[in-house]
Design a protein around this ligand. Structure first.
Ligand code: SF4
Length: 238
């Protein structure tokens, strides 16, 4: 936390490859990891990371409810970049207890149940991974939702007490896709069918071109609740 201002000043004018290189040097390859759900932003970061370092830490959380297309892009990425992806699963006992008590589709019943599912499948899994690093990197962008408007490129994650680096925080969706096309980077093919923010299968749907980026996530809930807790590091509501 004490270096937050220093880090923000040091990285203020850096581009994405420069900030990735800076972060890997500052924290060491084993102590910083990219969190990826294989969206276009984290795919671009990954493509730059593997140029800078052959064995970066890249992890994903397999909630057990992902789309086949998400598994496809994971596989394609491993093949193209010859990179290891850490796949972390939720605690099977906790998933079994939760689904036995509330049913497999509990998330549709209430915000409370949806948050419980995200907590068991995603947040607690994330907590276990982040206990092994001093910093994490993500593809977060301000344009993805109003709840991300005030996020900086470098944050102090108060929940995990580690730094969080968001190299693409100022990027537009168009800029991201230009990089994906320019470098022929593998992407989730659901994007071709109107899926602009992709999470678990039962909680994601396609949206119109002019809708809010996150409108297809937990679409049955009020806008105020639309975070899963993964990136709620400033106040971390779950
Ligand atoms: Fe559960 Fe849906 Fe959250 Fe996935 S996005 S963890 S299925 S509530």
């Amino acid at each position: 936390m004490e270096k937050l201002e220093q880090y923000r000043n040091e990285t203020e004018v850096m581009n994405v490859p420069e900030i990735i290189k800076w972060a890997l040097n500052e924290f060491g390859t084993k102590k910083i990891a990219l969190a990826s759900a294989f969206g276009p932003e984290s795919q671009y970061i990954l493509s730059e990371m593997v140029i800078i370092n052959e064995k970066p830490r890249i992890f994903t959380i397999d909630t057990g409810r992902l789309f086949q297309e998400t598994y496809n892009v994971i596989q394609e990425t491993i093949s193209k970049y010859n990179v290891a992806i850490e796949v972390h699963l939720p605690d099977s006992r906790e998933v079994a207890d939760m689904t036995s008590k509330f049913g497999p589709n509990l998330f549709y019943d209430s915000v409370e149940n949806r948050k419980l599912c995200c907590k068991v499948r995603k947040v607690q899994t994330l907590n276990r991974v982040l206990s092994t690093v001093d910093a994490w990197m993500s593809g977060l962008r301000r344009g993805q939702s109003e709840t991300r408007d005030n996020v900086h490129r470098i944050e102090w994650d108060i929940s995990h007490k580690i730094y969080k680096i968001n190299p693409m925080i100022n990027w537009s969706e168009e800029q991201v896709w230009a990089k994906i096309k320019e470098h022929n980077i593998p992407y989730n093919r659901l994007a071709d069918y109107g899926y602009r923010s992709i999470g678990c299968t039962p909680c994601t749907r396609a949206i119109g071109r002019f809708e809010d980026m996150r409108a297809g996530r937990w679409w049955w809930e009020s806008e105020d609740y639309k975070e899963c807790g993964i990136h709620g590091n400033l106040d971390y509501q779950i």
